[in-house]
Design a protein around this ligand. Structure first.
Ligand code: SAH
Length: 478
């Protein structure tokens, strides 16, 4: 991110605008409508404010003289639109005195840029693309416009009016936040969004005990809880809406090694983030210690999220955590995630089941050769069963020998799918007899193995076959 979105206080002083023509007029319109005071230097000497509402035009000061030597005291930002070379010179001057400056369509000379804006009164959404594509920013804005209730700004204003008095009535911060969440998500919020402000005011006034309304325990402490959230295999767009909501509500997030930074970024900005992952080969924090941290955070009134790669209940030890939380009397719930095997299947088009061909799926784990030896391979010889192996890279030779010894065909199609749904995802496909070689063709894990005839339907398999056919053709042609 090169440009951090911040909001400029237009009450703090005038904005200096230097420019001419339609470009300058568009910026005048934007600034004036937002309520800015504008000191306008017309680059061509002609102060054209046609098309502006008189009230807006009244906030424009027609500046004279050389802008490069103009007084900058009190100016909050400088804008150059359609100003040509003098805009570039102005940018140098602005930067010399530390004023934010924007030269339209000229990233190199700008220290701030204009986002696409959704304007709903007190609710303003700014969308940026770092200057890369205003068209993409506008498309994003359109989508946001579509999902935001029309009166969302009124809701913010409504709460703004009451906030101070609530600070006294509910001194505890976490509880107060919960109070406002109940208001926003409940009938009072609905009244404001429906344009029934007076009824909403009355309803808020009628709440006899604000703390009780916020869901306080008798101790006066906010009620903590733990949500186990499946983060999916890596792509943040694969989070469920519930997962996103839990992350946005969290006070603290305990996350695993496998959770990608992009997903962690979706958590509430001021939530604490605690890594509790176990790196392969390193001891890390033990499960008991993790359980203890979860319990303690909930008991101290926090809303904790336990964020795990994939799904919490697929080789994620979520079951143990839920048991520990229940035993400790901590409120908990589970949000499912897309497990890595399913993510791999979708990305590489491996239909895990296929009519007449694959009627069953087994998810198994074999972390070490020892684990593989303990697997009942004779239960996995059915040709119509797809076998999905987690943590199976190291044990791949043992997995191969186990399946072969049990009688599964050495020609069974297999796929190794690494870092699925992430930007650097990779696949290697071949036959069961070559499984360890396929692992070698992957530049590191985590990886899922899929074993079964369905792998022959996958995209990488089709591609490999096509390549084989092509090289045969080339050979014969040569
Ligand atoms: N709960 C997780 C699994 C945790 S076990 C889930 O439901 O997906 C860890 C194993 O998951 C890894 O060894 C690997 O086999 C698999 N895995 C997790 N993320 C993966 C990814 N992005 N790509 C491939 N395999 C992944």
């Amino acid at each position: 991110m090169r440009f951090l979105p911040v909001f400029l206080d237009l009450q703090a002083g005038p904005v200096l605008l230097l420019g001419a023509g339609d470009l300058a007029r568009a910026k005048l319109r934007l600034l004036a409508a937002a309520g800015a005071r504008i000191r306008y230097f017309a680059a061509d000497g002609h102060h054209d404010v046609s098309g502006l509402a008189p009230a807006d035009a009244a906030r424009i000061e027609f500046a004279q003289g050389d802008p490069l030597s103009a007084e900058l005291n009190g100016v909050i930002a400088i804008l150059c639109a359609g100003a040509g070379d003098i805009g570039v010179a102005m940018s140098a001057r602005a930067r010399a005195v530390g004023l934010p400056v924007n030269v339209m369509d000229d990233l190199a000379h700008s220290t701030f840029i204009f986002p696409a804006i959704v304007d709903r009164g007190d609710v303003v959404v700014a969308v940026g693309t770092g200057g890369a594509s205003p068209v993409v920013a506008r498309r994003v804005r359109e989508r946001i416009e579509a999902v935001l209730p029309a009166r969302i700004g009124d809701l913010a204003t409504f709460i703004g009016r009451w906030r101070k008095s609530m600070n006294h009535r509910i001194p505890e911060f976490a509880l107060r936040r919960r109070f406002w969440e109940r208001v926003v998500d409940g009938p009072i919020g609905a009244l404001v969004l429906a344009g029934r402000q007076e009824e909403a005011e009355a309803a808020l006034q009628d709440i006899p005990d604000a703390s009780a309304f916020a869901g306080a325990l008798t101790s006066g402490k906010a009620e903590g809880r733990v949500t186990l959230v499946g983060a999916g295999p890596g792509d943040p767009d694969l989070l469920t809406i519930k997962a996103l909501r839990a992350l946005q509500d969290a006070d603290i997030v305990f996350y695993d090694e496998l959770v990608s930074p992009e997903i962690l970024d979706r958590a509430r900005r001021d939530a604490s983030r605690v890594p509790v992952g176990r790196r392969v080969g390193k001891p890390g924090i033990g499960q008991d210690a993790i359980n203890k941290m979860l319990i303690e955070s909930a008991k101290s009134g926090q809303r904790a999220v336990r964020l795990k790669g994939g799904d919490c209940f697929v080789f994620g030890r979520g079951g143990e955590e839920i048991e520990a939380l229940r035993a400790a009397g901590v409120a908990c719930s589970v949000v499912p995630g897309i497990t890595a095997g399913v993510g791999a299947a979708a990305q590489f088009e491996v239909p895990l089941t296929f009519r007449h061909e694959a009627l069953r799926i087994t998810f198994l784990t074999a972390h070490k050769a020892r684990d593989a030896e303990a697997v009942e391979w004779s239960a996995l010889t059915d040709r119509k069963m797809t076998v999905v192996v987690y943590m199976g890279m190291t044990a791949a030779p043992s997995i191969r020998s186990g399946l072969l010894a049990a009688g599964r065909s050495p020609q069974t199609p297999v796929g190794v799918f690494a870092r699925v749904t992430r930007p650097d995802a990779q696949a290697a496909v071949g036959m069961l007899q070559d499984l360890p070689d396929l692992i070698d063709r992957i530049d590191g894990g985590p990886a899922i193995l899929i074993i079964g005839d369905v792998v022959a339907h996958s995209a990488p398999w089709r591609e490999a076959n096509l390549n084989r056919v092509l090289s045969k053709l080339l050979e014969t042609a040569a």
